[in-house]
Design a binder for this molecule. Structure first.
Ligand SMILES: [Zn+2]
Ligand SMILES: [Zn+2]
Length: 524
């Protein structure tokens, strides 16, 4: 659910954002910088932003090197945490199954992962065997919860460096930035990595859907709530901005693009545009012409994390005609001093806007300019830390999250996230997710871990209970929908709730390792 109330994330709110200008670190190209770690042979396609083996170092004056380092450290911590689940369980599986087994298994897991296995399952293992699939899902869920719990520390180094936060969004004239990327895991690092938007911002709503096909009615209700809150507090003038993010793969366009649109870049873009038109039409006809929301279409090349921004046309409608390409801008401005590079970005945005007589306000153009500048840092991030192009182009998600977003967990390809309020409305997104996990997990005998997560507001009586009920309802719906389609017991659930007006975050309602559709499971 979208919330307009004061929330716990305010406690973590960035103070004044750190305006870090260019990093003037001493030279050295990427390849020289970490010569021993590099295998240049892997980069087969040219990088559109920078010649990786050229004479000019890929070090852009507008890139925040310190922020990139902090993000990389965070990515490495999460990567290690999730990687060690499989290794640890393999070690557990090799332990001798005698009377010392439960204690040894717990000790090993605690030492390596920092949490324990469900004691009940270990106790029964002598007769039932070890349900490794259930243990695997349990450990992933615990790793998610540990990450959420430690997010204030682990995200602290980069959170305050995010340039696009509540204050900046307000300066651009917006009270809400409602972002819909695809549910695809490769877009789940969108906020802090690709766009350098603080994920804890009150003005940011993130609702991912397969193919970026957001739910018009839910968006209308978010728009209504947010606009009402503005009007009740007599804040007029600020607007609602809806942004849809489609994606594509420049290395393998017909294979690693958007699964929901058959890897067809054009189809993905026009579907996003159609939804935005429908939303604008809906608001205009339900509430009055000109009420918005403003819109923005973004394209993301998931191989490079480079964005492309399509500005609205003269009527404010989404258009695919004009795009500002961040990778091209990186190339054009590499070597320029800060002020000159900034001026160049601004001119590029102005030129693109002028060519369609775009109705984009000065604030929207400022936001677009900042998004492009922010993305230059991510382009260089991928150049420095992933050799210019991700080694893993395709899906690599470890679990599915349905319901509300997990702000505390931001990383490319860690999980597939489908926003939904009810399964009936969100079934298409879950279907796409299940298809991905059929190939990723079921084909290898791995289960499909599904975390059902809903926000609630503890200031509203009974809200927590209703959120918990909704978790169960969605789980039962998923079980019924896929019964017979996936092997018995392959779907493993964790049901979690987070309080948006208090401290509780990803609190576990229960874990369900159901062997059949019958309601059977253990409460963790
Ligand atoms: Zn919701
Ligand atoms: Zn997609």
């Amino acid at each position: 659910m979208a919330n307009v109330m004061l929330s716990r994330v305010q406690q973590r709110q960035a103070q004044r954002r750190v305006r870090s200008h260019a990093s003037h670190l001493p030279g050295g190209t990427l390849l020289r910088g970490c010569a021993d770690a590099v295998t240049p042979a892997r980069v087969v396609m040219a990088n559109p932003a920078c010649d990786l083996d050229g004479r000019q170092p890929c070090e852009h004056a507008l890139v925040d090197g310190g922020l990139n380092k902090a993000l990389y450290d965070y990515e490495a911590v999460l990567q290690a945490r999730f990687d060690s689940v499989e290794q640890t369980l393999q070690a557990v599986a090799r332990l001798p199954r005698d009377e010392t087994f439960p204690a040894q298994a717990q000790q090993l897991t605690r030492a390596r992962l920092g949490f324990e296995l469900p004691a009940e399952m270990l106790k029964r293992s002598w007769i039932e065997g070890l349900d490794m699939a259930a243990l695997y899902a349990h450990c992933l869920f615990e790793a998610v919860r540990v990450s959420a719990k430690q997010a204030p520390q682990e995200q602290d180094d980069w959170l305050h460096g995010m340039v696009i936060d509540d204050e900046f969004i307000a300066e651009c004239g917006y009270h809400t930035l409602d972002i819909t990327p695809c549910a695809d895991g490769r877009l789940q690092g969108l906020l802090p990595f690709v766009l350098r938007i603080a994920p804890t911002s009150e003005s940011v709503l993130l609702k991912a859907y397969a193919g970026a096909l957001f739910d018009i009615d839910l968006d209308l209700s978010d728009w209504t709530q947010r606009e009402l809150a503005q009007r009740l507090s007599a804040r007029l003038g600020a607007r609602y901005l809806k942004m849809a993010v489609y994606h594509y793969s420049s290395s393998a366009p017909s294979k690693e693009g958007c699964a929901a649109h058959g890897s067809d870049e054009g189809a993905a873009r026009s579907a996003a545009i159609t939804r935005l038109e429908q939303l604008r039409y809906g608001v205009a006809h339900a509430f009055g012409a000109g009420l918005g929301p403003d819109i923005l279409v973004l394209g993301l090349d998931t191989d490079l994390d480079a964005i492309r921004v399509h500005l609205p046309d003269a009527q404010g409608e989404p258009s695919e005609a004009v795009a500002v390409e961040a990778a091209q801008i990186y190339r054009e401005t590499l070597g320029m001093p800060v002020a000159q590079a900034r001026a160049h970005i601004m001119q590029s945005v102005d030129r693109a806007a002028a060519s369609v007589g775009s109705s984009a306000s000065a604030g929207l153009k400022r936001l677009v300019t900042q998004l492009i500048e922010a993305n230059l840092s991510q382009i260089e991030y991928v150049i420095q830390h992933h050799e210019g192009r991700y080694a893993h182009l395709g899906h690599g998600e470890r679990f599915i999250c349905v319901g509300d977003s997990i702000d505390e967990l931001q990383m490319r390809n860690l999980y597939y996230f489908a926003h939904l309020d009810t399964l009936e409305e969100g079934a298409a997104c879950v279907d796409v997710g299940l298809n991905i996990f059929e190939k990723l997990n079921l084909s290898r005998g791995f289960p499909v871990p599904i975390m059902v997560h809903f926000h609630y507001a503890s200031v509203i009586p009974g809200a927590r209970e209703r959120a918990a009920e909704r978790c169960k309802r969605v789980m039962r719906g998923i079980q019924a929908r896929y019964a017979g389609r996936v092997p018995d017991g392959a779907l493993k659930f964790a049901l979690c709730v987070s309080d948006v007006t208090g401290a509780e975050s990803l609190c576990l309602i229960g874990e369900y390792c159901v062997r059949s559709v019958r309601q059977e499971g253990y409460d963790a």
